[in-house]
Design a binder for this molecule. Structure first.
Ligand code: XLS
Ligand code: NI
Ligand code: NI
Length: 436
């Protein structure tokens, strides 16, 4: 226990009319939607890094937050940080959390010392998890903050960095496995480049492919049953990130024969930076068979960088959960809040209220999505739009044996004059609004 959240009671469901900012209005964990409860559908996770590590700095100014465990450079402070974190998990009643190695332990003077500290913190977590604390949705390695990674992690020109990364990822996978983690995430971090003038793009891609193949081999070697997830992001920190978006990642996985081994963790803010909507990225992942998990946040539409704000749009959440449900819902994945406060939100209660609001937005979105699917509110019109393809003649055009010149001959003989049909976008948007 820490006293950081001492005056804050566990958050409960107050119903749609509550005006208490520390109560849920929409997230009612035990409420059933179809055959699952809201908690089972959403599988919320709180992230360690934005909440307990980030100090509120931006490019023009340093620390604004004043947390008792800062600067967290001793194991003692790391444990204080963990105490506060697990208190917050309990107050929010979230079933999962996520962390990087670097979030939870101060780096040691040697690799071995760093791993020893990570394992000590994992022991500390294990005790707390056994006392009813949340489970681990995913673990990951921070291979982007330290200057040793400035030219890449597995894509680094220096083979020593590649080897250092192997040791780091192995240690993080071991800890994730030991804590019963349900996924292991690799976000590309510095896997990209600033300028082609100094970059051998072909070599770097091959290094990254080899590294990922070895990660997959190691997963099987230790019997880790969770999913390996890549988290696409198009820019920031490097100008050209190799894991640009879902489609790019799929091409990469195909090239290295890993498309049945690795899935994606899709983040709303990253989708927007890639010039996509969140639902586009999720629909793409579902279609390609690599949908895994989501990082829930929202991005500023004007800024051009990853603002990691808490979600506040029920329409965007509805469209996202629509795709999650259409993909069959989460299996090992979940909803990780990869979201941070604004740097002026100084109070412990801001951390709680931000998550309460975010969880409510997701619950609202989920509820709308679930109802739209049950009523076929969108699938009905969508099916009608493609109904022409149900005729035998139309289906034959896509069947094995059909040829371009054969179809051309038929089209010419029938003297086809296709009649344009309304796409009805506004009517469909109105349907979505009705469900919110
Ligand atoms: C950064 C990413 C990062 C990953 C985990 O933009 O979102 O936080 O989720 O390394
Ligand atoms: Ni993320
Ligand atoms: Ni991000």
């Amino acid at each position: 226990m820490s006293d950081y959240f001492a005056n804050i009671a566990p958050v409960t469901y107050g119903g749609p009319n509550t005006t208490d900012p520390m109560q849920f209005r929409h997230y009612n964990p035990a409420e059933k939607l179809g055959d699952k409860t809201m908690a089972e559908h959403l599988r919320f996770a709180v992230c360690y890094w934005h909440n307990f590590v980030w100090e509120g700095n931006d490019p023009f100014g340093g620390q604004t937050f004043d947390r008792p465990w800062f600067p967290a450079d001793t194991m003692d402070l790391a444990r204080q940080k963990a105490d506060a974190a697990f208190d917050m998990f309990r107050i929010l009643g979230v079933p999962y959390f996520c962390f990087h190695d670097h979030d939870v332990r101060p780096e040691g003077g040697t690799l071995a010392e760093s791993h020893k500290r990570l394992n000590e913190m994992a022991d500390y977590f294990a005790e707390k998890m056994a006392q009813g604390g949340p489970k681990l949705l995913w673990g990951t390695a921070n291979m982007f903050s330290n200057r040793r990674y400035m030219s890449g992690a597995s894509t680094n020109p220096d083979p020593d960095v590649f080897a250092y990364c192997a040791s780091t990822v192995k240690a993080c996978m071991d800890v994730t496995h030991r804590l019963g983690g349900e996924n292991y995430v690799l976000w590309g971090g510095r896997e990209g480049y600033e300028t082609l003038l100094n970059t051998n793009l072909e070599r770097e891609l091959n290094q990254m492919g080899r590294f990922l193949s070895m990660v997959v081999d190691y997963k099987h070697k230790i019997g880790f049953k969770g999913a390996i997830l890549i988290e696409p992001k198009p820019q920031e920190p490097t100008k050209h990130q190799y894991d640009f978006d879902v489609a790019t990642v799929y091409g990469f996985l195909k090239r290295f024969g890993l498309e049945h081994e690795v899935k994606v963790n899709v983040e709303q803010g990253h989708a927007i930076l890639a010039g996509h909507s969140f639902e586009h990225e999720l629909a793409m992942a579902r279609t390609l068979g690599i949908f895994g998990s989501i990082d829930m946040n929202r991005n500023d539409y004007q800024s051009g960088w990853d603002t990691d704000q808490f979600p506040n749009s029920p329409v965007e959440a509805a469209m996202a959960y629509y795709e999650v449900l259409m993909a069959g819902g989460f299996t090992t994945g979940g909803t990780n809040f990869d979201a941070k406060l604004r740097r002026q939100s100084l109070d412990a209660s801001d951390l709680i209220a931000a998550h309460v609001g975010g969880m409510d937005i997701c619950a609202r979105g989920l509820r709308a999505a679930h109802a739209m699917i049950a009523d076929e509110a969108l699938e009905g019109p969508r099916r009608a739009r493609y109904a022409g393809w149900e005729s035998e003649a139309a289906a034959a055009m896509l069947a094995e044996g059909a040829t371009l010149d054969g179809i051309a001959a038929q089209a010419e003989a029938a003297n086809l004059r296709p009649v344009p049909v309304s796409g009805q976008q506004e009517k469909l948007e109105n349907i979505v609004s009705r469900y919110i």
